[in-house]
Write a protein that binds this ligand. Structure first.
Ligand code: NAG
Ligand code: NAG
Ligand code: NAG
Ligand code: NAG
Ligand code: NAG
Ligand code: NAG
Ligand code: NAG
Ligand code: NAG
Ligand code: NAG
Ligand code: NAG
Ligand code: NAG
Ligand code: NAG
Length: 790
């Protein structure tokens, strides 16, 4: 055997002597080119920081390059066995840092077929036109490498290129340095051999050139996210070999053309987060190999096609946040491979049908218009982890016991339907896997089915029929894990101590019937809402330790004592402070000025006795200040601010109203056009949507603004002792919608400038000593609905 083997080697040797000799002969100029390349680039751990997260192990390949050895043996270098020319250079994840410009010796390696520079930091290198001069290049990988700028059209000379990976990471915070930008050159269509093109994470803009349809060998095309404009070119229908097409978050407009019908190899199609309109692209439903279809957030309308011949392999179907209407077609309930179904946020009607197959892990059909009962076959979906049916019109009694066998279920959302959730058997409970349970407005009376649930994090039991007290076993289970707890709008009369809650950051117990002392909250909370109860006594000192608080709402209770001085130490994040309608006395907390994040301060209807808060001007974000109905007195002082709602009514303020005071209300000067009109989305004040109410006397009667709308710019100085003239500068407050100066001692005429208050809806100047003519201008105020000048 040994002899035969030796003989074979000798024969081989004789036949191919040149091969054996030259295999280790790296050409001198190549050796030099690589050495110079190495010299120009520094080694820096951070340069390949992204690499590890991509499951590669970064290390400095070039460090081991020894100039006295054959460069074909160097790490990352591959040579042609015959010619000794370098054909592959893989320097990915090599911790290289430095620039590669057109003078780089890299471009002397003109026989390269594969070049991988991924996961290094060559910023701010631009892609040199010399990249186009590698005539044999088949694979170019510059992903996550810090290259940026436009793609020179010379790159399209790479006629043999099969794979082009220019995807950028999110490593660079400075977007201008991250990835490629500009428009995709038309000449990209010359890259006829290309089968893989990844331009994800770049900053391309302009139209996608229709020449992309010339790349008929493409199997993978990734263009997300980018900032294109215009439509998806219909030439994409030529890309019949596509397996993966990802074009989400690219700002494309127009209809989604029906161009996928011939791309029968497609496995993954993602068109989400674009500005598409029009109908669902019916051609996709014939794609029998499709495994993943994502068309979320695209404003597409109309029905989901009622017939789908394909989809035997579909695993993931994401059509959320569109305006799809009509019934959920029955084929969706019969997809044999389906695991993830997300139809949330559409206008879908009809009933939920029974799912025929049970691989489903996620079913989210929330925020639609579904009605009828909840199918009991959910009990068979053993792998279900998320079920969200909330915000529909589903009805009937739901025995929550049907989920007891769904041992993987982590998130269950049933809120805002017309359901009565109960458990028919006392010992049946939801599985311990439940981490989030949203059952607002479910006519819930008791909680026995939560006995085994010991790791719940988010629990919404608001708007139900729970009376008295939460059972002790529940309270002690929740203390361990609950971070979000909403018990608002029930009939609770007692709340047990909170200080053992370890994870609690959000507590809402408003609108119950709770009496007694305010429980001491745990220190890490963001949101503490206890309004509309009957808490009495002083504020617990532990309130002052809440350093992360964003919203504190103690309004509409019977709390008393002073507002503790330390309260203002508590939080640099405090955005909403609502103490209205209690019995607090004493002074305004002096150092509220330190709470720089405050947007809403409502101290109305208390017994505070102080002068006007001078600290106003030091709160850069304050938009709502209500001090209504207190014992505040003295003159009001001027400061710069962002106020949109200022209510000082029912106090004892005195002195003249100064022109300067109103000139400083700069944010009342800009009309917020985006917020006007009822059809438009409303913007809310407060960093977290703030659900409490602010009572304002508007249009002659008290109305509750259930959410404080930023458009409701108002000033109420009524029922004070202001005297002197009405300032002309009020007329500059062009976004003012309500103005009430009634019950003061103002004199003189109504300033002509009031004619400029073009969006004013309510004006009350009654019970003053105003004189002069009622101005013509006031009659021209089109929005004015209530005018009281008596
Ligand atoms: C380079 O290779 C030579 C010869 O094999 C060896 O003597 C020398 O130590 C090597 N240098 C380094 C830095 O590894
Ligand atoms: C290349 O080198 C030449 C001569 O050293 C220099 O003038 C030129 O600016 C360099 N080009 C780049 C892109 O650095
Ligand atoms: C580019 O290189 C990186 C790092 O080696 C790798 O993860 C990625 O898959 C490569 N891209 C292509 C298209 O092969
Ligand atoms: C899409 O356009 C909007 C508005 O111009 C812009 O804010 C957004 O960043 C763009 N999206 C992408 C992915 O660039
Ligand atoms: C996206 O493009 C639009 C114009 O098409 C431009 O107004 C906008 O600023 C761009 N957004 C970004 C984030 O580049
Ligand atoms: C699919 O191919 C056929 C035959 O080549 C052609 O007639 C049809 O228009 C193509 N469909 C699309 C959507 O491009
Ligand atoms: C899907 O295929 C069926 C038959 O295979 C055909 O009749 C139908 O027109 C196709 N639908 C689309 C949208 O291409
Ligand atoms: C998706 O659309 C919904 C509803 O239009 C919107 O609330 C959400 O912010 C959108 N998501 C993104 C990431 O744009
Ligand atoms: C649940 O998932 C596991 C693993 O993914 C799978 O083996 C099993 O068949 C699934 N069970 C059902 C009922 O689909
Ligand atoms: C709620 O369901 C009940 C029957 O369960 C029905 O009588 C009632 O009309 C439904 N209400 C709404 C608003 O759909
Ligand atoms: C609030 O509690 C106090 C003291 O317990 C009681 O006198 C008062 O009637 C209660 N108010 C309401 C509205 O329940
Ligand atoms: C307000 O406080 C002052 C002293 O600080 C006191 O003289 C006055 O009587 C108080 N007013 C009321 C209404 O309590």
């Amino acid at each position: 055997m040994g002899c035969l083997f030796l003989l074979l080697i000798v024969i081989f040797w004789l036949q191919y002597p040149l091969v054996i000799f030259s295999r280790h002969l790296c050409q001198l100029e190549q050796n030099l080119a690589l050495q110079l390349l190495k010299l120009k680039l520094a080694i820096d751990d951070y340069a390949s920081a992204d690499c590890e997260s991509n499951d590669h192990f970064p290390y400095p390949k070039t460090l081991s390059w020894n100039k006295s050895t054959d460069c074909c043996t160097w790490d990352g270098v591959t040579c042609d066995g015959v010619t000794g020319r370098i054909t592959e250079l893989d320097l990915s994840c090599s911790q290289l840092h430095g620039t590669i410009d057109s003078n780089s010796t890299l471009f002397q390696l003109s026989h390269l077929q594969k070049l991988n520079l991924a996961y290094n930091d060559f910023s701010p290198s631009q892609i040199s036109i010399k990249f186009g001069w590698f005539p044999s290049l088949t694979h170019l990988n510059l992903s996550h490498s810090g290259f940026s700028g436009t793609i020179p059209s010379q790159v399209s000379y790479l006629s043999k290129l099969m794979s082009l990976d220019l995807s950028a990471g999110s490593r660079e915070l400075d977007l201008s340095l991250s990835g490629f930008s500009g428009i995709i050159p038309y000449s990209i269509g010359h890259l006829k051999s290309l089968s893989f093109l990844d331009l994800s994470g770049c900053y391309f803009s302009g139209n996608i050139p229709p020449t992309i349809g010339d790349l008929t060998k493409l199997t993978t095309l990734r263009l997300f996210p980018n900032n294109f404009s215009g439509p998806l070119p219909s030439t994409i229908s030529n890309l019949v070999q596509l397996v993966e097409f990802e074009i989400s978050s690219t700002n494309l407009t127009g209809n989604i053309p029906n161009i996928f019908g011939n791309s029968t190899n497609l496995k993954s199609l993602s068109l989400s987060y674009n500005l598409f309109t029009g109908l669902f692209p019916s051609s996709v439903t014939n794609l029998t190999k499709l495994e993943s279809l994502e068309i979320s957030n695209c404003s597409i309308t109309g029905p989901i096609p009622s017939i789908a011949t394909g989809f035997p392999n579909i695993i993931l179907l994401f059509l959320a946040d569109n305006s799809l209407s009509g019934e959920i077609p029955s084929w969706i309930f019969d997809l044999p491979s389906l695991k993830y179904l997300v139809l949330r946020g559409n206008q879908l009607t009809g009933q939920l049908k029974e799912f025929k197959y049970n691989l489903l892990e996620v079913v989210d059909v929330g925020e639609n218009k579904l009605h009828g009962p909840i199918p009991t076959t959910f009990s068979k979906l053993m792998n279900l982890t998320t079920l969200d049916l909330s915000t529909n019109s589903l009805s009937g009694s739901l025995d929550i016991g049907i989920f007891s066998n769904c041992k993987q279920l982590r998130r269950l959302g049933l809120s805002f339907n017309n359901l009565s959730v109960f458990s028919s058997q006392k010992d049946v409970t939801l599985p311990n896997s439940i981490g989030s349970l949203y059952v607002s407005s479910c006519n819930i009376r008791e909680l026995n089915y939560l006995r085994a649930v010991k790791n719940i994090g988010n629990l919404d039991l608001s708007n139900n029929k729970m009376y008295g007290k939460i059972p002790d076993w529940a309270w002690s289970n929740w203390q361990v894990s609950v971070s979000y707890l909403n018990l608002s709008s029930n009939f609770l009369t007692v709340i047990d101590p909170l200080h053992h809650f370890k994870e609690l950051v959000y507590l809402d117990i408003k609108s119950n019937l709770i009496q007694g002392q305010l429980p001491a909250p745990p220190p890490n909370m963001f949101l503490f809402i206890v309004s509309n109860n009957n808490f009495t006594g002083k504020l617990p000192s532990s309130l002052c330790k809440m350093s992360s608080l964003v919203i504190l709402d103690l309004s509409n209770n019977s709390l008393s004592g002073i507002i503790p001085k330390c309260l203002v130490n508590m939080s640099t994040s405090l955005s909403v402070l609502d103490l209205h309608n209690n019995h607090f006395k004493g002074m305004l907390p002096r150092k509220l000025a330190n709470c720089k994040a405050l947007e809403v301060v409502d101290l109305a209807e208390n017994l505070l006795n102080d002068t006007f808060p001078k600290w106003l001007g030091s709160l850069p974000r304050l938009q709502v200040l209500s001090l209504r109905s207190n014992g505040l007195h003295g003159r009001i002082t001027t400061s710069r601010n962002q106020l949109k709602i200022l209510d000082l009514s029912y106090n004892d303020f005195t002195g003249n109203l100064s022109e300067r005071f109103f000139n400083n209300l700069k944010s009342m000067i800009i009309v917020d056009r985006t917020g006007t009109g009822t059809g438009n989305p409303l913007r809310y004040i407060g960093r977290i949507q703030y659900h409490d109410s602010l009572t304002l006397a508007i249009k002659g009667k008290k109305i509750e603004l259930v959410r404080i709308l930023s458009i409701f710019t108002t000033i109420d100085f009524s029922n004070n002792k202001f005297k002197g003239d009405v300032p002309k500068s009020i007329g500059n407050l062009s976004s003012l919608r309500g103005l009430n100066l009634a019950h003061n001692s103002l004199i003189g005429p109504i300033p002509q400038s009031f004619g400029n208050l073009s969006v004013l809806e309510s004006l009350d100047l009654s019970w003053n000593q105003l004189s002069g003519n009622i101005l013509q201008q006031l009659a021209s105020l089109k929005s004015l609905a209530v005018l009281n000048l008596s």
